[in-house]
Design a binder for this molecule. Structure first.
Ligand code: ZN
Length: 78
């Protein structure tokens, strides 16, 4: 697996303050912008062009990882 290194990360390196608008899944390390990112924010357009929308649940898991986690717990595979 290669480390994700794209324009978005370079952008965050330049403007570390924007990291608060970025979510990262604790399991798959996927990055995306928070749903709360306001259209009026000066960087909203750039963040949206560099990242996909990424919602995390209260455990810090993205939709895919949350679904996988749930599937695992439901089959009782401990
Ligand atoms: Zn994930």
């Amino acid at each position: 697996m290669t480390t994700q290194r794209n324009d978005g990360l370079l952008y965050l390196d330049m403007y570390p303050g924007l990291r608060k608008w970025i979510n990262q899944c604790v399991t798959c390390q996927r990055l995306g912008y928070r749903l709360e990112l306001a259209d009026e924010h000066v960087a909203a357009h750039n963040l949206r062009s560099c990242f996909a929308e990424l919602a995390l649940n209260d455990q810090g898991l993205c939709d895919q990882c949350a679904a996988a986690f749930e599937a695992r717990t439901q089959t009782g595979d401990a």
